[in-house]
Design a protein around this ligand. Structure first.
Ligand code: C2E
Ligand code: CA
Ligand code: CA
Length: 842
């Protein structure tokens, strides 16, 4: 416990500097009073009355503590003011002096400086009240007992006496307070004005009542002591009751704020509330929780003055009332709550109870908070362990899947699967710890290369995954993948070695579905990247072999080609205006003996890799040409469109193979359209250019399939001279949405301005047909007109026609004899321009 303020010698000396003049002034006043009092003759008999009243007030003390200052309130000020109205100044001075001296001599605990102050202050204030009254020309009431003064002059004298008393009292108290506490008195006035005002008003009230009673009947003056006693009892009870109620209410409020699981919130609330509750100058709480660090929080009630380790806390002096923080059962001691005062203070019994209750509640709150924090910490570390790759501290697969599913619901998501090339060699030659350092560095670089909202994960081994969240367009994923891989390019320094890390990356994007499927696709793309020796490969549905790998293993393919398990069906392409069939697209199915019908998406990638591609392509072309000649013989000379794998275009002998097939089946080259899907290979390699040029030179038309789905449709178009554009069915299906609608429109416009035929795929409804036609799209195919079917069935349909019009599969959009002219070829380089198929009339 610290040494209470005001007991050391230095403070004492400072206090005497203030109290000295007060005592001297009071002494002079007393001497003057003794000398003057003889002038009043028999009136001197009245002196014992106020003296006894002043002394008696000590038994009517209501003690109110405001922080460390005990504002003891007795009616003595009221008695002194009233005396000043009833008796001349010497009586006031002497009665106060004698009454106070006796009063103080009955208290044995006081130090001389305080006794001197208490007596001197009252004498001076009383003298001020008496002389102020005299200065107004008012003659004290008892000087001429039988005169009939108006009540008002007595009352104004009372007010004057009150003001004079109050001013002197406040001035002297102010000096003392400032010396004791080192803070300006104004601060106290502001903080406690309400209590101080109540006390002053009470004083004035008692003085005024006394004067009024006397005015009513002089003998009532003798009832005054009784009256004072009643007032005292009543107000004392009221103040105590109010303080009591307020205290319980504030205690309830304060402990209410402990309802937090956050330790900081609990501690801050505790010190703030305790400062108000116990009217302290400062409160601090020091805790030593079972886990965590010792902590000290200090507040003056308004602000948190300190929060940190006790060692670093600025020193705090004054009088301290400590209470240890233990539970009700006393079984846990968490630290200490300390009430700090500038001067010694004794808590009342009620305050003592409140303090114990407060401390116990605080103890419980701290324990709850630290239990919660501990639980939280454990939960966090478990969650982290469950979601983290221990080596790189990146997310693990589980975390990535969880996050992936979240962001997939929000927009376009890209998934990159990154695999380091030749990592095994690093591990084998340099050891596992070197391998670990490479992986850690790669993890750091990947994390630095992604954007906010993206997530980098390690799947184990040398496989990493990145989620690109909220992409504005799918095409961005590939660019970002390149940028992220670039971050891995700088060599990694391991001791004295520089290791350069290369990686392959599979990319896929989606705006829905499951992250599991996305990861599978990224894996397919990554596999292809490794196979092809490419850095980044974007997943293409057509190359997804899923479970086809097992099919190819059994040598099924070769047998399938030989046995003709590949069946070519034909889907008619119609003139949108008239409904007349103007071509047919060959679409292949694999009638697999065990697996039933397989769509091209399922088997094409396997065929492309198997070495059976040219045999397959040849078989398809052959069936297509047989169909063409069959239809022509039957009077329906429509061309056939055959899909060609990009890989076929890498084969320089392909054009010759086609020429041979055409010759063998006696079909003109103008009856063959070759459909190309744009691909990286297509636009990059010289051999492709040569193959395409050779095909064109034979008079075979080229169509660019799935226009708009690739990343470089326009670039491809600039490089490869084609005759037809095919709008992918995904755009047609979503034509009414803004982006796909724009693609449809611009493709049609582009086709028109370049002089190309535009064919819309996947037309399923009449309104789509109408809309496309209005946009200027001349031709289309889709379930609205017909599905793909065997050649003979298509021939039957052509013969039958629609509504008595052979060669047609749909009613015309308009009855008029519309003639649609095919746009002139952009390079009019062949005689085919004048052939019958070029001009369609209903
Ligand atoms: P593609 O060239 O875009 O063919 C159009 C696809 O859309 C065909 O699927 C066709 O059946 C389908 N389709 C046609 N009309 C509609 C419609 O109104 N609604 C819907 N939902 N779908 C429609 P298919 O036959 O599964 O062919 C898939 C892809 O496989 C083709 O896309 C083509 O790229 C490729 N392919 C098909 N046959 C061959 C072939 O013999 N050789 C090569 N290299 N590729 C082929
Ligand atoms: Ca096609
Ligand atoms: Ca297509």
């Amino acid at each position: 416990m610290q040494r209470p303020i005001g007991t050391d010698d230095a403070t004492n000396r400072r206090l005497w500097r203030l109290v000295g003049p007060v005592v001297v002034g009071a002494g002079i006043a007393v001497l003057a009073a003794l000398w003057l009092i003889t002038d009043y003759g028999s009136l001197a008999l009245f002196l014992p009355l106020p003296t006894v009243l002043v002394l008696g007030c000590r038994y009517l003390r209501i003690s109110i503590r405001i922080r460390s200052a005990n504002t003891g309130s007795t009616p003595v000020s009221a008695v002194i003011i009233a005396t000043a109205v009833f008796l001349p100044p010497p009586f006031v001075i002497l009665s106060v002096a004698i009454g106070k001296i006796v009063d103080q001599s009955l208290n044995r605990t006081h130090v001389p400086v305080k006794i001197g102050f208490n007596i001197g202050k009252e004498v001076l204030a009383g003298a001020a009240a008496a002389f102020a009254c005299a200065a107004t020309g008012f003659e004290p009431l008892l000087v001429h007992v039988d005169r009939a003064d108006p009540l008002t002059s007595a009352l104004s004298a009372t007010v004057v006496a009150f003001l004079a008393y109050t001013v002197v009292d406040e001035l002297v108290s102010q000096g003392l307070f400032a010396m004791l506490t080192g803070t300006p008195y104004r601060q106290r006035l502001v903080a406690d004005w309400n209590i101080l005002a109540v006390l002053r008003v009470g004083t004035l009230g008692i003085a005024v009542t006394t004067v009024v009673l006397y005015h009513v009947n002089q003998w009532l003056l003798f009832v005054l002591p009784l009256l004072l006693w009643c007032i005292h009892l009543a107000s004392g009870n009221r103040i105590r009751a109010r303080q009591g109620n307020e205290a319980w209410q504030r205690l309830a409020e304060a402990t209410d704020e402990f309802n937090s699981v956050d330790q900081t919130a609990v501690l801050h609330a505790a010190v703030r509330k305790a400062a108000a509750l116990f009217s302290t100058d400062e409160v601090e709480v020091q805790i030593r929780p079972p886990t965590g660090e010792t902590r000290l929080v200090r507040s003056n009630g308004r602000d948190i003055l300190y929060d940190g380790t006790p060692e670093d806390a600025p020193p705090a002096g004054g009088f301290v009332i400590p209470i240890s923080l233990e539970s009700y059962r006393g079984d846990a001691d968490l630290g200490e709550l300390r009430l700090r005062f500038r001067a010694p203070v004794k808590l009342t019994e009620r305050e003592g109870y409140t303090l114990h209750t407060f401390a116990a509640a605080l103890c419980t709150a701290i324990r709850n908070a630290s239990t919660f924090a501990e639980t939280q910490r454990l939960a966090d570390s478990h969650a982290r362990a469950a979601a983290q790759d221990p080596l790189t501290r990146l997310a693990n697969r589980r975390k990535l899947q969880q996050y992936g599913d979240e962001v997939l619901a929000q927009g376009i998501v890209g998934v990159l699967l990154i695999d380091l090339n030749h990592f095994k060699e690093v591990n084998d030659t340099l050891g596992h710890s070197a391998g670990d350092r490479v992986l850690t560095t790669v993890g750091e670089r990947l994390s630095a290369a992604v954007r906010e909202g993206d997530l980098v994960a390690r799947f184990g081994g040398d496989e990493f995954a990145v989620i690109l969240a909220n992409l504005s367009a799918p095409a961005l994923a590939e660019m970002r993948a390149h940028a992220i891989l670039d971050a891995l390019a700088p060599p990694i320094h391991l001791d004295d070695m520089r290791i350069s890390v290369e990686a392959s990356c599979g990319v896929t994007t989606a705006s829905g579905g499951t992250i599991g499927e996305l990861l599978r696709r990224a894996d397919v793309a990554l596999y292809q990247a490794k196979q092809d020796g490419q850095r980044v490969v974007v997943y293409a549905h057509a190359r997804d072999t899923a479970d086809i790998g097992t099919l190819t293993l059994g040598g099924d393919l070769a047998r399938a080609v030989a046995e003709g398990q590949f069946v070519v069906n034909f889907q008619p392409i119609v003139d949108l205006a008239t409904g007349r069939v103007i071509a047919a697209e060959a679409l292949t199915r694999w009638h697999h003996p065990d697996r039933g019908d397989l769509a091209p998406d399922r088997f094409l990638p396997a065929i492309e890799r198997s070495g059976q591609l040219s045999a397959f392509a040849d078989a398809v072309l052959d069936q297509a040409l047989i169909a063409v000649s069959q239809w022509a013989d039957a009077g329906h000379p429509i061309p056939v469109a055959v899909n060609v794998s990009p890989r076929s275009l890498l084969d320089p002998s392909f054009p010759d193979a086609v020429a041979r097939r055409l010759a063998a089946r006696g079909v003109q080259s103008s009856s063959l359209i070759i459909e190309l899907t744009e691909s990286v290979t297509l636009s990059k390699l010289e051999v492709v250019d040569d193959v395409l040029a050779a095909l064109r030179d034979q008079g075979i038309r080229l169509a660019l399939d799935d226009f708009g789905t690739g990343f470089s449709s326009l670039a491809t178009l600039a490089r490869v001279a084609v005759d037809e554009l095919k709008i992918d069915r995904s755009f047609v299906a979503a034509m009414n949405a803004s982006a796909p609608g724009a693609v449809v429109r611009s493709t049609i416009d582009l086709g028109r301005s370049l002089g190309l035929v535009v064919v819309a795929e996947g037309i399923e409804r009449e309104d789509q047909r109408q809309q496309l036609w209005e946009l200027g799209c001349p031709a289309g195919q889709g379930h609205l007109f017909a599905r793909a079917m065997p050649a003979d069935r298509l021939l039957a349909a052509l013969r039958r026609g629609h509504d008595g019009r052979p060669g047609c599969l749909a009613p015309p959009l308009h009855d008029t004899d519309t003639v649609i002219r095919l746009p002139r070829n952009r390079r009019s380089r062949r005689s085919a321009a004048a052939e019958p198929g070029q001009e369609w009339t209903p």
